[in-house]
Each structure stands twice: as C-alpha cells, then as structure tokens.
Ligand binder design. Structure first.
Ligand code: GLY
Length: 361
C-alpha cells in the first residue's frame, strides 16, 4: 500500500492507496457513521461493509444535474431521521459528485461533522477527494433562455480525516470514465512534472487496460503532486489555482448539453484551448499544442468539440469563473516545456482564437 500525506497542521490527513484495501479500512470506521454511496458503486460493495445500529446508509444517483442543494438536503434529512448528531462521521463512497455533495453535507450538517472520502473513480482518486473542496452546481440562464448548471459555484472547504483509494475499484469503471481521470493526471503532469508525463506516455496502453500496478503508481504520483500544492495553499490564495489548468474552458463547455462532454473530456479539450492561448502569446514553443493533441489522442481523449457553438456562449460562462477578479478573466496557461502560470487579463481575441481552435464558431 502507498500513502500520501496532506500536510495541513492540525487538519493533516493521509490518503491510503492500494488494491483491495476497502474492507479493512472501512472496518476501522468505528462509531456512528452515515455512508453516502453512489448508486453505481453499491452493487460492488457486496460484503465489504455491513450497516446497522449506529451506522446507516443512503445511496445517491450521481449526475451533474443532481449535484445540487436538493441532494445535500436529502443527506441532511436522512441523517436527521436516523438520529445522527455531531459525533457522526460521513463516509462518501463514489466518484467526484458524491464526494463533493457528501463533503458539502458533512461541512454543513450541524455546522460540520467528520468526513472520510472513499473515491472510486480515477478522477476522484487523483483530484476531487484530495484538498477539501466540496460543493454543488447552481442554475444559470443561457443566452437562449434555457437553464444550465454553473459548475461548483457554491461550496465550502472541508478537509476529510482520511482518504481511502482502493485501486481494485477502478477495474469496474467504464472506459470513458477511466479516460476522464487520465485527463486530470495529464493536467497534474503539465504543472511542471515531466516525470509523470513520461510515465503516462510510456504506460499509455497499461493505463487504458487499467493494470493494477501501473494504476497504483499513477494514482500515487498524481495524488502526491496535488497533495503538495494543497499543503502549500489550502484556500487557493495563489498556487492552488494552477490546479485549474484547462478548467476555465472546461467549466464553460461541460454544461452545454449539445456537447455531451463528461468533466474529464471537457478538461482534455480545455487543456488544448489553454495551450492554444499560450502558443498565441508566445509562452510555449512551436509544436507544443500538436504534442499535447498527440498525447491526449493516444490516451483516447478528445482535443476538440464535435458540435460548433458560438464563442460568445463560452465567453459568457467563463466570465463566471471563481478565479476572476474585478471583472478580469484569470486563466491558467502552460508555459515553457512543462509548466504553467496564472495569467490575468488575457485579451478576448486570444481567448476566441483558442476556442475556435478547439471547435467553437
Ligand atoms: N480541482 C482543483 C482543486 O482542488 O483545487
């Protein structure tokens, strides 16, 4: 088993990573607990956990449209009805949506109860379960009057006590979900971690086959990168914003129903869009964008949108990004061979050019 330490003073915690560790680790959860489990994961748990007495269970249908305050309220209600008080630990078992919603319920139930994150997707293992970001989507009105979800616009920082990543769970992921997690690993690699980028490129086939040893190493390396950033900047006062590489574009694309993109797919296209901005601004060498497209394609990830929507649709969503300050758009852009910087005031022309390069019209 591998361990990653998230150093946050008296709120430090450990992430445990290994195959078939879930039964033992969940067996160690003592006392009152509320398990919030992704519908899709429930059948996989079999005899891994037994509920009863002061340990209760609720399942959750995980979708971006269900990542709402309504779902948080359902968790509060279930906890109240089961008689849970402040001594309860909420254990969120599932992908990033269950982790974010369950985490927000833990942050707010009776002003906060302990949380254990049990990520079961690659994306949640390498990103969402680490660092204490919890929250929900909020409704936005599009220029055509229809409603879409504004990604993660309400939430709280609430660090878990522990993160348990059972690598065996990854083998039940469908190929599309697995690739979504790989996109976040590529993002971590692009933040100045060429060793991880080389590891991903040279083990692409084994990663896509979800071979356990390679996956454990991928999760360990990727989670270690995120843990270090979070330890240095828990509340995103500075450096942590780098973890949003590709995400300002991705959060504008993901809610558009016409595009039918999962989060990691939108991140993949967003990474290319960010690289296009850098290329236009002379921040990366010639050929950088082509190399990125090549790597992402090798990993089965998209580098452009399949339906052309107007640039203005994306720009109005990007203006809502949480990183923006004083109405100025703030982007994270690749720089040099393998690094990224937070950049303010990128002009609309460059952003539009990048959006067109990934399929907007
Ligand atoms: N997913 C970006 C962060 O946790 O800061």
């Amino acid at each position: 088993m591998n361990c990653v330490q998230i150093e946050l003073g008296d709120r430090s915690y450990e992430m445990q990573i290994g195959p078939s560790i879930l039964k033992k680790m969940l067996g160690d959860v003592q006392g009152p607990a509320m398990f919030v489990v992704d519908d899709n994961v429930m059948p996989l748990l079999g005899n891994v956990i037994s509920f009863g007495g002061e340990q209760t269970l609720m399942t959750m249908f995980a979708s971006e449209t269900n990542k709402t305050m309504g779902s948080v309220e359902k968790i509060w209600d279930a906890m109240l009805n089961a008689g849970h008080d402040r001594e309860t630990t909420l254990v969120a078992i599932g992908g990033g949506i269950v982790g974010d919603v369950g985490g927000f319920a833990a942050a707010t139930y009776m002003r906060g109860v302990e949380l254990i994150q049990v990520p079961t997707t690659l994306l949640a293992m390498v990103d969402a379960s680490i660092g204490g970001k919890t929250g929900v989507n909020t409704k936005r009105t599009r220029s055509n009057g229809s409603e879409i979800m504004g990604k993660n616009l309400a939430g709280a920082f609430w660090q878990p006590k522990k993160v348990i990543a059972d690598i065996q769970m990854l083998q039940s992921l469908d190929a599309r979900q697995l690739r979504c997690g790989i996109a976040e690993c590529v993002k971590h690699a692009m933040l100045g971690n060429p060793v991880l980028l080389t590891f991903i490129e040279s083990n692409a086939a084994a990663i896509l086959n979800c071979e356990l040893e390679v996956m454990e190493e991928l999760v360990f390396q990727s989670a270690s990168i995120k843990a270090k950033v979070v330890s240095r900047d828990e509340r995103e006062g500075g450096e942590r914003a780098l973890l949003n590489l590709g995400h300002t574009f991705a959060h504008a694309m993901e809610p558009m129903p016409e595009l039918d993109l999962l989060h990691g797919e939108a991140v993949s296209i967003g990474l290319v869009a960010a690289a296009c901005c850098s290329e236009a601004l002379g921040m990366v060498g010639v050929g950088f964008v082509d190399h990125m497209r090549e790597v992402l394609t090798k990993l089965g990830l998209p580098s452009r949108m399949q339906t052309a929507l107007p640039v203005s649709e994306f720009v109005s969503m990007m203006k809502l990004d949480k990183k923006n300050k004083g109405g100025q758009m703030r982007l994270v852009l690749p720089e040099g061979d393998c690094g990224a910087v937070i950049t303010d005031g990128v002009d609309l022309e460059t952003i539009s050019l990048a959006l067109r390069a990934v399929g907007a019209c």
